[in-house]
Design a protein around this ligand. Sequence first.
Ligand code: NAD
Ligand code: LMR
Length: 338
Amino acid sequence: AANRFLVEGSSNLWRADCRAKGGSPGFKVAILGASGGIGQPLAMLMKMNPLVSVLHLYDVVNTPGVTADISHMDTSAVVRGFVGQNQLEDALTGMDLVIIPAGVPRKPGMTRDDLFNINAGIVKTLCEGIAKCCPKAIVNLISNPVNSTVPIAAEVFKKAGTYDPKRLLGVTMLDVVRANTFVAEVLGLDPREVDVPVVGGHAGVTILPLLSQVKPACSFTQEETEYLTSRIQNGGTEVVEAKAGAGSATLSMAYAAVKFADACLRGLRGDAGVVECAFVSSQVTELPFFASRVRLGRNGVEEIYPLGPLNEYERVGLEKAKKELAGSIEKGVSFVRK
Ligand code: NAD
Ligand code: LMR
């Protein structure tokens, strides 16, 4: 496209494009909000992912510099940068996976819902671009408040006639990453050996770790359960307070986003048994969206697993989570409908 800027020399670009079209199952991935605190390390980690053949970096500022920098990494993905709204369509055309960390982060004292007024409009505009330019792409939505931005994206896609609930996933992976870390600490295990399902949504009490289903099988005292649940639910706030006005989690989020995007790409490739937690259109509860374990495949979400047996503490937590989630979902839906 005429208006995209390229950082590679033209012959190198030609070679890289040939390589990208070659035998390996490379996927085309766009990051929207690529110059931000999450976007930059996420772009770097995606450039290191062998499943990625083309990486498009879009933001309203600073993508020329980020793209020039990342394009020098000696990995095979071809990197292209796009800056400003009039380059959004070029950034999105032909993409298999779109990851969205665009939007403002929290400062101390704010809730994720306090970001709604700014981020809802940003997500709406970006999703309108997706509906137009790559309606079949898998979308990984990171921008907060996730409990509302995912319903916003769904409504935008419905309006455009492109909605496929299997392809829209709110990223709750950071909650799982934190849960694995904090539980491993309590159990004295390597976090890589620990798997904690976290269901519900991505804000406060809607983040519901299922500690009764931790693998490897283990048990916790009531005190441990309360400490772990509270630490996992408040992990985001812990980072916001530690950063003292300079933003929220970026590095652990980029790590979690890449872990999740890689699972989506392995699913697209046809790998069997790819299962992660995500906030998706769901019939697991009476709510239209809910985070739980999902199996990822060639079409995105291929299967949504039921919550499994919950203990009394988790049943009480589930009711609280559902109450808050219902309002956040409705807020997102009515933002687009009205
Ligand atoms: P940041 O401010 O550092 O970066 C955001 C980027 O978005 C900036 O580069 C900005 O220019 C860009 N942007 C703004 N408007 C845009 C638009 N219309 N189109 C494209 N890009 C645009 O913020 P951050 O720390 O990277 O956080 C980004 C978002 O991710 C926040 O909403 C934050 O709350 C959220 N977040 C979610 C999770 C999660 O677990 N889902 C975790 C951490 C942060
Ligand atoms: C997180 O969980 O770290 C993110 O949702 C950012 C935040 O505002 O806490």
